[in-house]
Design a binder for this molecule. Structure first.
Ligand SMILES: [Zn+2]
Length: 291
């Protein structure tokens, strides 16, 4: 399985370093880290970032509140569908999308791939349809127009499942190879999950999505988060206790199995650049040509 790391949406919140921990200047940089995986079951996309309709009609598709706070750049060349094409694939070959949760910055590209089966937890679909994502942000984070056109869903329970490195509710996905697993990590939203993918060499990647936001929250000697992202995580969480329990489990996983599992989140620009091997601003084609 070949795994591509894609940035499917750059957000530039006011605050610079107070958000991303590295930028000098007024605007920080956060990515929407997505994966495109070439498998025997076709192309599999993990999260979708912003989609073409978000780029074309941001005021209709996204909330004014998050357009202001996150300041998404909404470039058509950053959409997953544009990058799938740049990599030489037909968007119709994207047969599966695993979406960690249905927030506006993860579900925006779903409708760009009408041939795909969409995999998500049943709980997430339910609360997103009812826009139960917090009293203030519930109707702003969940934008049903982003997924109303999807008709082929596969919904999974949060509980039960198998054991995987101390996580005991992990699930394989219908029609997908056993090297791609759903790893429930609720707290940010009620049905939020991570996705584990086994690389050809045997090492696992664990995409933790929005279970944490800043590289310093995992794997450091002293855990740290920027004030901007600390505030954002609190604003977006629906269940603080679950979120912090899952953050602790991810830290434990990193300490005990850091050699076997590489953990990363959705929005940290440094984690993205290390895994993608290129700047968050660069399209995948350039890296492909020089590889
Ligand atoms: Zn997010």
């Amino acid at each position: 399985m070949r795994i591509h790391h894609l940035n499917c949406g750059t957000c530039c919140p006011v605050g610079g370093r107070a958000f991303d921990g590295r930028t000098d200047g007024l605007f920080g940089a956060l990515v929407c880290h997505c994966l495109l995986i070439e498998t025997d079951a076709g192309l599999v996309l993990v999260d979708t970032g912003f989609g073409t309709k978000d780029v074309e009609h941001p005021d209709r598709r996204l909330s004014r509140f998050f357009l202001g706070l996150n300041n998404p750049q909404l470039r058509s060349e950053e959409t997953a569908i544009a990058q799938v094409r740049i990599l030489g694939h037909d968007p119709r070959d994207v047969r599966h999308i695993v979406v960690t949760h249905l927030d506006f910055d993860h579900a925006g590209g779903l409708e760009d791939f009408p041939n795909a089966t969409v995999h998500v937890t049943a709980r997430e679909k339910e609360v997103a349809d009812q826009r139960q994502g917090g009293a203030f942000v519930g109707d702003k984070r969940y934008r049903p127009q982003q997924w109303n056109g999807v008709d082929d869903w596969r919904l999974y329970p949060l509980g039960g499942g198998d054991r995987w490195f101390g996580f005991d509710t992990v699930r394989s996905l219908e029609g997908l190879p056993p090297e791609i697993l759903l790893v429930p990590l609720p707290g940010h939203t009620w049905g939020h999950t991570g996705v584990a993918v086994r690389e050809d060499g045997g090492k696992w990647l664990l995409y933790a999505a929005d279970a944490y936001f800043y590289r310093g929250e995992i794997g450091g000697e002293h855990y740290a988060c920027t004030p901007g992202l600390r505030g954002y995580q609190r604003l977006m969480q629906v269940d603080a206790a679950s979120r912090l329990t899952n953050l602790e489990r991810l830290r434990q996983l990193q300490l005990e199995h850091g050699e076997e599992v590489r953990i990363f989140c959705a929005h940290d620009v440094v984690e993205y650049e290390l895994l993608a091997g290129r700047s968050y601003k660069a399209s995948p084609s350039r890296a492909q040509l020089s590889a």
